[in-house]
Design a protein around this ligand. Structure first.
Ligand code: ZN
Ligand code: ZN
Length: 247
């Protein structure tokens, strides 16, 4: 595992453009087409929402309670998945750690947080196999676990809400990596979440702070929320600029 840490540290010392070109030429397959990646993930996630919506039988308003619950459960799940499998170094998570900490976080740093073209989406959206696993494992497992306890309709809405949260994650993570002048970032909430995520991309802070992606509830609750002022206290240097990448 120390080899992994050494490799991460030496890649972080490289000029960002050098690492980006290395990933573009060595890791991103020639056939990779970013919009198809997005279409695949979206088809699976929206498909699951349609499937569960069609499975509802005479639903009542009370059956949609999971949409409120998932706002909090999803926030908690993202916090812990992001903190441990994606940033923790354990024997069992080398795939997640390699994809997230060693690739996404070196490709996109606090100073270079934006993508240049759609091939750079390879390192930004969830890998298709993870979205596929979410559909073929999470959905059936939770369906059979929850149905006897909360009933068929509420189980279907729980799974619909889970897919909605996943989609929100992908959208807000995407807008957090847009150039700072993008029209979508005129929306104060998206601008705030971009800054929150940009600070998370600081190599010194990534393993400890700003793990929330959709909204920073659990970061506030567990004391891991870092804004510009706390950034200065923690790192001893000025908060980063806008993170727009020149290359
Ligand atoms: Zn990111
Ligand atoms: Zn991260």
């Amino acid at each position: 595992m120390d080899v992994m840490k050494q490799e991460l540290e030496s890649n972080l010392k490289l000029d960002n453009s050098v690492f980006r070109n290395k990933i573009r030429s060595e890791k991103i397959p020639k056939y990779y087409f970013g919009p198809l990646h997005v279409l695949f993930n979206a088809a699976l996630l929206f498909g699951s929402i349609i499937f569960h919506a069609k499975s509802l039988q005479a639903p009542e308003l009370i059956h949609f309670t999971p949409f409120i619950i998932i706002i909090f459960l999803g926030n908690l799940a993202v916090f812990f998945i992001h903190k441990y499998p994606l940033h923790g170094r354990f024997k069992w998570n080398s795939y997640a750690y390699a994809n997230h900490t060693k690739t996404h976080h070196v490709f996109y740093t606090e100073e270079n947080v934006t993508w240049k073209d759609t091939r750079d989406w390879y390192t930004m959206f969830f890998p298709p196999e993870i979205v596929f696993a979410f559909i073929v494992l999470y959905h059936p497992i939770f369906y059979y676990l929850l149905k006897p306890v909360i009933g068929s309709n509420t189980t279907h809405t729980f799974l619909m809400a889970s897919s909605c949260y996943f989609i929100l994650y992908e959208i807000i993570h995407f807008t957090s990596h847009l150039p700072s002048k993008h029209p979508l970032l005129k929306i104060p909430f998206l601008r705030m979440m971009r800054r929150h995520h940009q600070i998370h991309h600081s190599p010194r802070l990534m393993g400890h702070y700003n793990f929330c992606i959709v909204f920073p509830l659990v970061d506030h609750l567990l004391g891991t929320f870092v804004d510009d002022n706390r950034y200065k206290v923690l790192t001893g240097k000025d908060a980063p600029g806008n993170g727009d990448t020149p290359n």
